[in-house]
Structures are given as structure tokens and as C-alpha cells.
Design a binder for this molecule. Structure first.
Ligand code: HH2
Length: 286
């Protein structure tokens, strides 16, 4: 279990997100036709904005807007199409919720730049800066940046992923990406790390990463975890993705107790409630 003492702050375009007081909940908003769980539901901008408002009312600290699915086997989309899907939605959410932190889930610097301009303050990059311009875009905006581990790319990442020691290798990768981001001039306080549950990992790998999540604490940055409705939960429970909320809550509770500072989820209302209870236990005087 993780000691709760140290204050950890996440800087994002002039905002400071306190990652020590309680777990931050990042709600997922996929403006895509093909995301594994909510694909096609929020392509209509009115529905997307309404869903963001719902998540804010339910207690989301961050809303993560994505215009490209990164589910296993997903086909890439052009930057133009991705931008078209997200920019006006971000503008409208930012106008309605000026205090909300909005993140853009993208691997493309061009999309990140447009989203930051539209009102996002965090770039959630599942490729951890493979686009050579990504670090410069994040640095210039002073944006927060999520560096996530992914093996290969979404089209092929689930084709027999293999590691000798998944925890050590993912951690080493994240350490290297932190160094690369800092070398590119990004302030350390802007960075957040994510082991990338389901991104080039089989069931055993995902379980090992969650079990040993506390190993990521000494990277010195907030740890984000995204287990929501994912395949490993379906494999354990033998349930379809729309029946994985309890399994997600179980994974989230474990993750918080073992060092997660931010959890990325679809079911904000239920997971906020679960997180608050775990937070209270974790911070109890005992
Ligand atoms: N998972 C997904 C997408 N983005 N970002 C971070 N930082 N961590 C994650 O675990 C993560 C992520 C996949 O989930 P979802 O957005 O629901 O699906 P899709 O990629 O099909 O849109």
C-alpha cells in the first residue's frame, strides 16, 4: 500500500491539479464512430457536450475528449478528420465549464495544438510523444502531458505481446519518455505517467501492472490508470463491455490503494463514489 503523505501537483496551462488531496477522476468522451465502448454515441456535438456536462455533474475533474479510437485493431484517422470531430466540442465544453480541466486524447501534434487552442489544458498522448512535434506543442502551451506506455501501435499491439518483466520494462520506458519530454523543455510538473492498461498487454501483463502499480511511484509524477470496461475485466468476469462497471470499480479501488492519482473512466458517477470511499479509507488516521 502507498503512503499518502507527499503533495503532488500537476501543472496544466496555468492550472494546478492537486493529485494528493483525493483521486482525480477523468471522464471519457469519445467523439468517434468506432471506440470500443462508447463509439458512435457522441458523434453528434450536442450529445457530446451534454455527456460532458453529465460527467461534470457526476464529479469528473477532467473530461478527456478523443477523436480517434485506439482500441486494438482500430484504423487510424486523418488529422483533419480528428480535428473536425473534437475542436468545436472542446470549445463548447470549455465555454460551458470554464473551471473544468479538458484533456485531448490524441497522438497527433496538429490535433493537440488545435485542441489546446480551443480550450483543452492537457494532452493525453497514448504514444508518449512519438509525433516529433508533440513535445514542442505541449511545451509552448505549458500544457499538462500524459505519457502512456503502448507496445507498437493499436493496429497490431495485441498480436502476441511479450515482455521479460512487464513492470520493469514499462517503467523503464516511462522513465525514458519523462527524460525525453524534459529534454525537450517541458517542465517536470506538467507530466503524468500511465502504464497503458490493454495497450499491447495480455491478461497476465495487465494484472501484473495493476498488482505492482506502486512500483511507478518513484518516477515522481502522478500516475494515471485507465482500466475502464476493458477486455481484461471482460475476460475475468465473462461479461460484455456494457456490464463491466463493477469490475471497473474493483480495478479502480485496487489502483487507488496502490498509488493511482488519476483514473480514466466511462462510468463517472459510479466510479467517483467508489473512489471517494477508497480515498477516505486511505487517508484515515490509523
Ligand atoms: N485507454 C483508452 C484511450 N485512451 N488514455 C490513457 N492515458 N490511458 C488509457 O488507458 C486509455 C487512454 C482506450 O479506451 P477508450 O477511449 O474508451 O476506447 P477507444 O480507444 O476505442 O476510443
Amino acid at each position: 500500500m502507498v503512503a499518502m503523505a507527499e503533495a503532488l501537483h500537476w501543472h496544466a496551462s496555468g492550472r494546478v491539479l492537486d493529485c494528493s488531496a483525493r483521486t482525480l477522476v477523468m471522464g471519457v468522451l469519445n467523439v468517434t464512430p468506432d471506440s470500443f465502448s462508447d463509439g458512435g454515441r457522441f458523434l453528434d456535438p450536442d450529445l457530446a457536450v451534454a455527456h460532458a456536462s453529465r460527467m461534470v455533474a457526476d464529479g469528473a475533474d477532467i473530461v478527456d475528449v478523443g477523436g480517434e479510437s485506439t482500441r486494438p485493431g482500430a484504423e487510424p484517422v486523418t488529422a483533419e478528420e480528428e480535428r473536425r470531430r473534437v475542436v468545436s466540442v472542446i470549445e463548447r465544453i470549455a465555454a460551458e465549464h470554464p473551471r473544468l480541466a479538458i484533456s485531448i486524447d490524441t497522438r497527433k501534434s496538429e490535433v493537440a495544438a488545435a485542441a489546446l487552442e480551443a480550450g483543452a489544458c492537457i494532452v493525453n498522448d497514448v504514444s508518449a510523444g512519438r509525433d516529433p512535434e508533440m513535445f514542442a506543442v505541449a511545451r509552448e502551451a505549458g500544457a499538462g502531458l500524459v505519457l502512456m506506455h503502448m507496445l507498437g501501435d493499436p493496429r497490431t499491439m495485441q498480436e502476441a505481446p511479450r515482455y521479460d518483466d512487464v513492470v520493469a520494462e514499462v517503467k523503464e520506458y516511462l522513465r525514458e519518455r519523462i527524460e525525453a519530454a524534459e529534454f525537450a523543455g517541458i517542465e517536470p510538473q506538467a507530466l503524468c505517467v500511465d502504464p497503458g492498461i490493454g495497450f499491447g498487454k495480455n491478461l497476465e501483463h495487465n494484472l501484473a501492472l495493476l498488482k505492482r502499480l506502486d512500483a511507478f511511484a518513484d518516477l515522481g509524477r502522478p500516475v494515471l490508470v485507465g482500466p475502464s470496461r476493458k477486455r481484461f475485466i471482460g475476460a475475468i468476469l465473462d461479461l460484455p463491455q456494457d456490464e463491466r462497471v463493477e469490475g471497473t470499480a474493483g480495478a479502480v479501488a485496487w489502483a487507488i490503494a496502490h498509488g493511482a492519482h488519476v483514473v480514466r473512466v466511462h462510468d463517472v458517477k459510479q466510479i467517483v463514489r467508489a473512489a471517494r470511499v477508497v480515498d477516505a479509507i486511505a487517508r484515515a488516521e490509523a
